[in-house]
Write a protein that binds this ligand. Structure first.
Ligand code: GLU
Length: 449
């Protein structure tokens, strides 16, 4: 064991003891710590100031009960959290997730990732995340509204445009953000840019819905170009069928790549000839309006096959974009992708690859981009929404898209600067180091706080 490995092991042992049963949080910290430890060991001033130890302890976590009533008058109680992890670079910023799988560990890992993602965007945003174990699936419109109002009745005292600015994530879209915002205004009697991802009529930004998916494709194009390849004609395998996946697919099609898969929690569809506009429109309507299962695509179209209970990683592709959720791509899936000669994996979701999968990609020299770099487009446009709200202006689609492209290019440049070795970029190390160094320097400058 090298000195670096020993230090890493020692640090991780301490973290695991301090945060028992929080596997996802351990995984996210280990990913960052593995990349930054050699740098950290060489920088005595940062070590003395215990920057890594302080940066892995959230500023605070607010935990609260959300009581609400079903349409049938039954009382329900859910648990909600806001993890305000680090605000060295700006007001806390990060989404809210509503899903029955949500635990404190999930939100700590997401808030931790958000610190470095937000740092990479170059915009003044700290890292936070929140959410609840509430399941919006199968709930009526009114039930969702009552839940959001009840949640905001507590959350409003912990947020503010200069304090903490939540947004959406899994299970929280424009509908939920609008209900949350409506209740915030009722309680505070003021309009402010306290939430992002708002509808266009209520101060939302153009391109916010598309931003994460578009940004992921812009980033992926840079990755391929940097290594002498292009996106045109490439087979792209996408998982998921939410916002991120849908708009990644749309932008990939515009860039003349062939989108060969999409998925949901029940299974995946394979479209060997590549997705067409009519497939995309059908899927968007299916997921956004009818809330149906992806298998319906195979009934509707020839040339679309559905695989129940399976993940999309075992069909041939050049680029994989996991855009569903954490740990959706495991070691076996990674080996299958490597077997098909995958060139690049650009994460649209947050931490969609397991430790084993990441190790397989590293060993085989696959260009593996962590979500904190390739999915930063969403929060970047949230940052632009904050600026527009503060200035009381609203920018055109073209202007926001232009800014988004520039930000994705800058993030790519940073990954190259911090991660290029022998002509190839290690995006994992590059993103972690670039994101970390900026936060660490700010923390050092603030003294012991
Ligand atoms: N939930 C998104 C993310 O993972 C967006 C957060 C935001 O816009 O604040 O980055």
């Amino acid at each position: 064991m090298s000195g670096y490995e020993r230090e890493l092991e020692h640090f991780m042992d301490g973290l695991r003891k301090l945060n028992p049963h929080e596997d996802e949080f351990h995984q996210a910290v280990e990913e960052v710590a593995s990349s930054v430890m050699p740098w950290y060991l060489q920088h005595e001033d940062f070590r003395k100031a215990q920057i890594l130890e302080r940066l892995t302890e959230p500023d605070r976590i607010v935990i609260f009960r959300v009581s609400w009533e079903t349409d049938h008058g039954e009382i329900r109680a859910n648990r909600a959290w806001r993890v305000q992890f680090n605000h060295s670079l700006g007001p806390y910023k990060g989404g809210m997730r509503f899903d029955p799988s949500v635990t404190q560990s999930t939100l700590k890992f997401l808030a931790f990732e958000q610190i470095f993602k937000n740092s990479l965007t170059g915009l003044p945003m700290g890292g936070a995340k929140g959410g609840s174990n509430f399941n919006p699936k199968g709930k009526s419109e009114r039930e969702v509204m009552r839940f959001c109002q009840s949640l905001m009745t507590e959350l409003h005292r912990h947020i503010g445009e200069d304090v903490d600015v939540p947004a959406g994530d899994i299970g929280v879209g424009a509908r939920e953000i609008s209900y949350l915002f409506g209740q915030y205004m009722r309680l505070e009697n003021r309009w402010s840019g306290v939430l992002t991802g708002k509808g266009l009529a209520s101060g939302g930004s153009a391109i916010r819905t598309e931003a994460t998916g578009y940004g992921c494709v812009y980033f992926c194009e840079h990755v391929l170009n940097e290594h002498g390849e292009g996106l045109e004609g490439k087979l792209v395998s996408i998982s998921g069928s939410g916002n991120v996946a849908l708009y990644a697919a749309q932008k990939a099609m515009i860039k003349r790549a062939k989108v060969v898969t999409m998925s949901d929690s029940a299974g995946f569809v394979w479209i060997p000839a590549g997705m067409q506009q009519e497939h995309w429109e059908f899927l968007k309507d299916l997921k956004e309006n009818r809330r149906g299962r992806i298998g319906e695509m195979a009934d509707r179209f020839d040339g679309v096959d559905y695989y129940d209970g399976k993940k999309p990683w075992h069909v041939e592709c050049d680029v994989a974009m996991p855009c569903a959720t954490q740990n959706e791509l495991d070691g076996e899936d990674a080996k299958a992708l490597v077997g098909h000669g995958v060139l690049a994996v650009c994460e649209g979701a947050n931490m969609p690859t397991t430790r084993e999968a990441a190790e397989v990609f590293r060993k085989h020299g696959v260009l593996h981009v962590p979500g904190k770099a390739s999915n930063a487009g969403g929060v970047a446009v949230s940052g632009l929404e904050q600026s527009q709200n503060a200035m009381r202006v609203s920018w055109s689609r073209e202007k926001v898209d232009h800014r988004l492209q520039a930000i994705m290019t800058e993030i790519h440049d940073r990954c190259v600067e911090f991660g290029k070795r022998n002509g190839r970029v290690n995006y994992m190390d590059g993103a972690n180091l670039a994101g970390f160094e900026k936060v660490a320097k700010a923390m050092l400058a603030y003294g012991v706080v």
